[in-house]
Design a protein around this ligand. Sequence first.
Ligand code: MN
Length: 324
Amino acid sequence: MPLEKLQALRARIEGAGLKFEVVESVPVHEDIKLGKPARDRLIANFQQNIRNCAAVGVKVICYNFMPVFDWTRTEMAKTLPDGSHTLAFDAKAVARIDPEQGISLPGWDASYRPGELRSLLEEYRAVDEAALWRNLEYFLRAIVPVAENSGIRMAMHPDDPPRPIFGLPRIVKNRDDLARLLKLVDTPANGLTLCSGSLGADPRNSIEALVREFGAIGRIHFAHLRNVKVEPDGSFHESGHRSADGSLDMAAIVKAYHDVGFDGYVRPDHGRMIWGETGKPGYGLYDRALGAVYLNGLWEACSRFGGQDAARGAAHAESRISGP
Ligand SMILES: [Mn+2]
């Protein structure tokens, strides 16, 4: 994005009394993921984007490396028993889609012309997981040093859902993938957006364990905290944020962040449509506000009553009392 546009955006954000420190998402061109010759020019653009973001005070850039579809759902407004509407992924519906016959997905049909999607999928036939890893490494080696020099931390968002889909490779879907990604360029500027809802769509991923492992080494720069209700067949929907609403133990996840001393950025990520609100699916304003308040409540409870921080607080109080 040109510097002038970013400056205008910052002015608008600051005009509302907010700070402009995180950008989500800076898109990665498909030619970079495909490893095509045009990638060097496109990577140079991405590097300039990083410098421009740094120039207006941005600290963290969230991005992803998902081929073609950067999230996949089969329903944009599934009705839940409480009358709210939410995004859902039906494993059976996805299994019925034959990529050869063309893929029609809510939220994506407007993004690609029919022939364009077909030829893109064709190009990805030559790119398996190993090739996608190589292309990611090439990209990271080019952009992470620029981020580092600009004071920006890159934060890779995991695949959503965290599984291969329509024969397209997916390489950011579990603990081992995250560890491998961080090792490619082993420096704090190469970090994670840990999305509980994306990774949590695979019950084999323990979000709490991921937070403890990667949070403890300072590599989580952006926390996406939302809940998801997962069915045995792999279907799922985005639930309300509370632990009781979905499959994730949000209190345990927030406590893990608290225990590792997390001081990065947080967002409630997505929200359902509640109270008759209409708008961009997944971005209900009311439900995200409820999520933010709920998460703040969990954080306050950890701060007040959580083991590790309470001990730190007590030590701090003691040092003040006995000080000069
Ligand atoms: Mn997310």
